[in-house]
Design a protein around this ligand. Structure first.
Ligand SMILES: Cc1cc2nc3c(=O)[nH]c(=O)nc-3n(C[C@H](O)[C@H](O)[C@H](O)COP(=O)(O)OP(=O)(O)OC[C@H]3O[C@@H](n4cnc5c(N)ncnc54)[C@H](O)[C@@H]3O)c2cc1C
Length: 466
């Protein structure tokens, strides 16, 4: 437990009601959505309401050299919010104002605790859209998604969070408040600090305000699903759609393990004999959408797929419900769901899908794969039980091999879930000693005491299950 003196200092800044120390309450902040990582209790949770308070809280943490872990909704999948070394969890959920929607400049300014879907609800009446849409769009915060550089189902056409963040207010590890970027479309002043803090996973500063770019909401869309009897045909269709100059808003895949599990879970009529299905949505101006949908249909036919077009919004919603059910459905098969984030160049998607099947066979594991096939971002999901030590050894070996394979194919450790604790041990495989050294120099320059989110991204010790 933190010394009484430190708790008193925290209470002086934000009041007793915003300083949580009860054991039952602390338990809720000991873990996030990541399986198979430690879940230690923090000493205290603080819930500030404004940037000034965040700055003062950080100064206390620095003065007493206490670790501080920023936290949004705790939905991340890389152990990013686990209070590995005890100390203070800083919950940003009370800083939840949408400061401004600026329809003239196509920007919005939010506090970090705003839920992504709430921002989209606020900009929709202006005919605008904030495209990043992780599966947790209804629960994840803007701050957490910026710190994690989240992606989502629209990533292929619209990119990920870093493509929309234009400006940030950040509380640095010494409590100073810094602002970078702004509303101008062009901004090349000095180093690109907005990009540096986007995806920094709470290790370099606390994000307290965010300016994001909005886009005009697409006028029209067409949604379809295609079933394939052969995994290679599905992978080749993905490659071929883009080769034919169509960039769908969404191009998702589910393998047979996932199809069967989802169907068993939600009974929506998915073809359980198919080896894979693709879910495709094209959007934009109506005439272009028509033409692109025709091209997609043609490509699917040429790759031996059977296609079904959603006839109305109800059918479309049914298809997306199926996709969004993939993880919850897989998660109910076994007690532990190890969800990975291996990402390869699109041209290697077939090879990666086949490799995942082979890895499942080799280690005698049940792996369901779904994900954002159009951008090469696959989520192989290992269904297991943390209590089964022998099986967990096979799981860890399989995870290693999945990342070895992804990197060998020119891919990356993370398309969207970040590094956190879970993948810090693999960082050098992708970045080399030189690259990892640069990360450490930046960390040491911005947080020399190592108080911000220690144990994540390989900083200040502590690794996950690797
Ligand atoms: C079922 C499911 C589906 C998912 N689907 C996707 C998906 O499609 N795409 C995707 O990218 N992710 C996905 N995720 C992962 C997760 O939802 C996203 O990363 C999400 O954006 C995290 O937001 P959060 O508010 O929960 O952040 P948290 O989990 O609370 O925090 C994430 C990281 O950001 C840091 N942080 C939080 N707030 C701040 C702040 N204000 N300043 C500095 N650092 C901060 C934390 O320390 C932590 O390192 C999914 C997760 C689940 C459980």
């Amino acid at each position: 437990m933190l010394q009484k003196e430190i708790i008193n200092e925290l209470v002086k800044i934000i009041g007793k009601e915003n300083v949580i120390t009860g054991r039952e309450d602390l338990l809720c902040y000991s873990y996030d959505a990541t399986p198979d990582v430690p879940d230690p209790l923090p000493d205290v949770v603080v819930t500030p309401s404004n940037t000034g308070q965040v700055s003062q809280l950080v100064k206390i943490a620095r003065r007493f050299k206490v670790p501080l872990y920023p936290r949004g909704s705790g939905t991340n999948l890389s152990g990013g919010t686990v209070p590995l070394k005890g100390g203070i969890v800083l919950s940003l959920l009370k800083m939840a104002d949408i400061v401004e929607v600026d329809a003239e400049n196509l920007t919005a300014t939010t506090q970090p605790g705003v839920i992504i879907q709430d921002l989209n609800n606020a900009v929709a009446p202006h005919g605008l859209l904030y495209p990043p849409d992780p599966g947790t769009v209804a629960t994840a915060t803007m701050g957490g998604s910026v710190a994690e550089c989240s992606g989502g189902l629209r990533g292929l056409k619209y990119g990920v969070t870093k493509h929309y963040v234009m400006g940030l207010e950040v509380v640095l590890a010494d409590g100073q408040v810094a602002r970078f970027g702004g509303k101008t479309v062009k901004n090349v002043t000095a180093l690109d600090m907005v990009k540096l803090f986007t995806g920094s996973e709470g290790t370099l500063g606390i994000i307290t305000e965010i300016i994001v770019r909005l886009i005009p909401a697409p006028e029209s869309r067409k949604t379809m699903f295609a079933a394939f009897n052969d995994l290679s045909d599905a992978g080749n269709a993905v490659i071929s759609i883009v080769k034919n100059k169509v960039i769908p808003a969404t191009l998702e895949i589910m393998d047979q393990v996932t199809i069967k599990t989802v169907e068993n879970f939600s009974k929506i009529g998915l073809p359980t004999d198919a080896r894979a299905i693709l879910l495709i949505e094209v959007d934009g101006i109506p005439e272009v959408v028509e033409r692109e949908a025709d091209t997609v249909l043609e490509v699917i036919k040429n790759n031996n797929g059977k296609v079904q077009m959603a006839r109305d919004d109800k059918e479309r919603d049914g298809l997306w419900a199926a996709r969004r059910t993939a993880l919850p459905a897989l998660a109910q098969v076994k007690p532990t769901t190890v969800l990975e984030d291996a990402t390869v160049p699109r041209s290697k998607i077939t090879e990666m899908l086949l490799a995942l099947e082979e890895i499942a066979r080799k280690y005698n594991l049940q792996i369901g794969t779904f994900g954002h096939a159009g951008d090469g971002n696959l989520h192989p999901t290992i269904l297991t039980d943390e209590r089964d030590k022998e099986e967990m050894e096979r799981v860890h070996a399989a995870v290693k091999e999945i990342f070895e394979k992804a990197l060998a194919l020119g891919g990356t450790l993370s398309g969207e879930h970040g590094i956190g604790m879970a993948k810090s041990g693999f960082l050098e495989w992708e970045l080399g000693a030189g690259g990892v050294g640069v990360l450490h120099k930046i960390k040491n320059a911005l947080d020399p005491e190592g108080i911000l989110n220690p144990g994540k991204m390989g900083f200040n010790g502590g690794t996950g299950h690797e």
